[in-house]
Design a protein around this ligand. Structure first.
Ligand SMILES: [Zn+2]
Length: 248
């Protein structure tokens, strides 16, 4: 069993007394438009998918007990305002929520926590970085250069919202959630999101960036095979960090 919320209270107490060091994973996502073809919950699906794989890979590890916390599925998504289905919370709400959850776990003796996020709106990422620094927990920050370098060409290009990279990951886990007829007809849209967002001082939104259908990149090129391969890499990155956190 790798789901924290499926344990009983005495089972959690046993974790603390057991021989295996508990490491808890906190998946973070958003409810955000992902083009006309991919689900609103794409980012959470990716975070939860890589956490489940990492927990599975370490299921028989003699020194570690990896458990996945209930996901935080709301994020800061101001950039997608105006598109149906966008549900945003404030940056400070997110920061406080992550901080409170981590502090509460730490107060009960569960100190080793890894935050796993796949929603990259700058205000969201800034709030998370601030929360994990304050809570003194680990963060698999996929925007760090060393991590970016191990991901796909589209991810490295920065033109990757609901494009080939993310759509492939959804196809790997929940293909029925992708409207593949629509996906195949979508032209590639190149938007250098990081450059344009910093040029606008963080005030950019999808429409202003030229993403008039709430995606950029090349969704038509997505495949389940690429998604499986990317999930493998994401899981490698997460397992490496879990091992580091486990060593303390
Ligand atoms: Zn996304």
């Amino acid at each position: 069993m790798t789901s924290f919320a499926e344990l009983t209270s005495p089972q959690v107490a046993d974790l603390l007394a057991g021989p295996r060091t508990p490491v808890l994973l906190l998946p973070v996502g958003a409810v955000e438009p992902h083009g006309p073809h991919a689900p609103l919950g794409t980012d959470e699906l990716i975070s939860a998918g890589m956490c489940a794989r990492a927990a599975e890979r370490l299921a028989t590890d003699p020194g570690l007990r990896v458990l996945v916390l209930p996901a935080l599925n709301y994020g800061v998504t101001h950039m997608s305002a105006g598109f149906s289905g966008a549900v945003s919370i404030g940056a400070d709400t997110l920061r406080c929520l992550v901080l409170d959850v981590c502090r509460s776990l730490k107060d009960s003796g569960l100190h080793r926590i890894v935050v796993v996020n796949n929603h990259f709106e700058p205000a969201h990422v800034t709030a998370l970085r601030s929360a994990v620094a304050e809570a003194e927990v680990a963060h698999l920050d996929l925007l760090r250069r060393a991590n970016v370098a191990r991901l796909t060409a589209e991810f490295r290009s920065g033109s990757c919202h609901a494009g080939q990279y993310e759509t492939s990951l959804v196809l790997a886990d929940r293909p029925e959630l992708v409207d593949r007829d629509v996906m195949r007809e979508l032209p590639a849209v190149h938007v250098d999101m990081p450059a344009l967002m910093s040029a606008s001082g963080g005030r950019a939104d999808f429409a202003g960036l030229g993403m008039d259908r709430a995606y950029c990149g090349s969704p038509a090129s997505a495949s389940a095979a690429e998604g499986e391969s990317t999930f493998d890499t994401l899981t490698d990155l997460l397992v490496e960090l879990i091992r580091e956190v486990g060593r303390g």
